[in-house]
Write a protein that binds this ligand. Structure first.
Ligand code: C2E
Ligand code: CA
Ligand code: CA
Ligand code: CA
Length: 281
């Protein structure tokens, strides 16, 4: 049957209804996924583009769903945030990542300034217990706070509440690193540069665009890099996919990158081989 666009026929749209049911199902499955051991962390190197040295890794969560296979975070992190499951999920990610770093510190030679980067969401940041939990996890695994960097997306920080400031200052005092993630995708990017106690800005991969072919895009990126650096912060460029992109970014004064060109996110065992090979030179 053909739809009449002027009438509200979507109310009982079977496809929408189905989508809603799937969503509800996924939320309830997500709640049990953590206890069932279905979550996994992949790790992607963050690289000094001049030397190729691995400066650290970013932990990226995946869900090994019993019937759907490997589910990517863009599909379930928003659900976790809406449903509140993000608190348990985030706690699991932090513990698992820090425990992994502890284990790598023993099994492969890591430099003292090697960092683990963990993505956190606003719901986690707004909990008054958050700073204490981070402190406990670090001390349980004898990992120095300076080896942990928490990545905050702009949307995460949009509310700017008291509890957020409390957590940010507490994390600061603890000595944990703080990054702004996905820089350049939100509207208030420039404000964050001035008002947040962060050390590093990760520029979103959408800004890499055709930086190689297009001179005006290059000037745009150069200006952004200068702006960030003039605020006294370091830059990590994400989404570096080609050698040419890495070269252009370096020529524009950005020394740290992350992307498929250097390494894709990989399970711990694979990352360990990469780290071991790097340590042996
Ligand atoms: P993000 O924090 O911006 O992470 C970078 C994303 O870009 C990752 O996607 C990574 O696989 C992808 N990526 C890395 N290099 C390249 C490249 O060269 N080209 C392209 N096209 N993509 C690249 P992923 O793993 O699917 O994660 C998506 C988002 O999910 C993350 O974006 C982050 O916002 C969120 N996320 C992932 N893990 C967690 C977590 O443990 N907690 C929270 N709260 N969010 C997470
Ligand atoms: Ca991130
Ligand atoms: Ca990002
Ligand atoms: Ca992102």
């Amino acid at each position: 049957a053909k739809r009449d666009a002027t009438k509200n026929v979507t109310l009982f749209d079977p496809i929408l209804l189905y989508a809603r049911q799937m969503r509800t199902k996924l939320v309830s499955e997500l709640r049990t996924a953590i206890d069932a051991g279905q979550l996994a962390l992949y790790y992607q190197p963050v690289v000094d583009m001049a030397t190729g040295r691995i400066k650290g890794v970013e932990a990226l969560v995946r869900w090994n769903h019993p019937t759907r296979g490997l589910v990517m975070p863009d599909e379930f992190i928003p659900l976790a945030e809406e449903s509140g499951a993000i608190v348990d999920l985030g706690r699991w990610v932090l513990r698992t990542g820090v425990a992994q770093l502890h284990s790598w510190a023993k099994s492969v030679q890591l430099s003292a300034d090697f960092t683990l980067r963990v993505n956190i969401s606003v719901t986690e940041l707004q909990r008054l217990e958050f700073v204490d939990e981070v402190r406990d996890v670090l001390s349980n695994w004898s990992v120095s706070p300076s080896q942990l960097v928490l990545e905050l997306t702009e949307s995460t920080l949009v509310t700017g509440t008291e509890s957020e400031r409390y957590s940010l200052l507490g994390l600061r005092q603890l000595g944990v690193g703080l990054d702004i993630d996905d820089f350049g995708t939100g509207y208030s990017s420039l404000n964050y540069l001035r008002n947040l106690p962060v050390d590093v800005v990760k520029v979103d991969r959408s800004l890499i665009g055709n930086v190689v072919e297009d001179a005006s895009q290059r000037r745009f990126v150069a200006a952004i890099l200068e702006l960030i650096q003039s605020c006294g912060m370091d830059v990590v460029f994400e989404g570096v996919e080609t050698k040419e992109q890495a070269q252009v970014l370096r020529s524009l004064g950005c020394s740290t990158g992350q992307g498929f060109f250097f390494a894709r996110p990989a399970p711990p065992a694979q990352l360990e081989s990469i780290l071991r090979a790097a340590a042996e030179g």
